[in-house]
Ligand binder design. Structure first.
Ligand code: MG
Length: 172
């Protein structure tokens, strides 16, 4: 049996495909954002193409944003600055929900009006579902360059969940 707590509610190819209209359908006023392979290329400080413009559009529409990352401050803070994201939680220890709840408090929004957006089921989606946020999965920008063994295993484990997700989506 697949543990549904790892299952996203929505899936997109890239964060840039998340539109204001889609957030309205989700009932979401704010975004909790993973960084590696979601906003930036993993193990770099380089934003994915279009991410800065996408964030500007979100902020312009009044969508609140915060980074919730397991990465260290040395990586999270420069990314937040570069992308104009005011609030951030680093060393968040996802899948624990604490970082997401803390970020919700900072944003002044109830957790169920927030989407947690990330590229990993076992950290981002499990944390989202545990905290009570909307779980929004984005496909990773590229295969991981570091911790290759860990990610190979993790990505293999994700496969059947994503296949099940697509099966359910087709049935809807
Ligand atoms: Mg990530």
């Amino acid at each position: 049996m697949l543990d549904d707590r790892h299952m996203p509610a929505y899936r997109f190819k890239s964060v840039c495909d998340i539109t204001i209209e889609k957030l309205n359908i989700m009932g979401v006023d704010g975004l909790l954002l993973d960084i590696d392979n979601t906003l930036i290329y993993d193990e770099t400080l380089r934003p994915l193409p279009g991410v800065k413009e996408w964030l500007d559009k979100m902020h312009g529409a009044g969508i609140k944003t915060a980074i919730v990352s397991n990465a260290i401050p040395l990586r999270v803070i420069p990314v937040a600055k570069k992308l104009g994201i005011k609030y951030y939680i680093y060393s968040a220890k996802k899948p624990k929900p604490d970082g997401l709840l803390k970020a919700a408090e900072k944003l002044g929004l109830p957790i169920d009006r927030l989407a947690m957006v990330g590229d990993q089921l076992r950290t981002d989606m499990l944390a989202a579902n545990t905290a009570g946020a909307v779980a929004v999965f984005t496909d990773r920008a590229r295969d991981e360059k570091l911790f290759k063994f860990y990610f190979k295993k993790a990505r293999a484990g994700e496969k059947e969940f994503l296949e099940e997700f697509e099966r359910r989506r087709r049935e809807k």
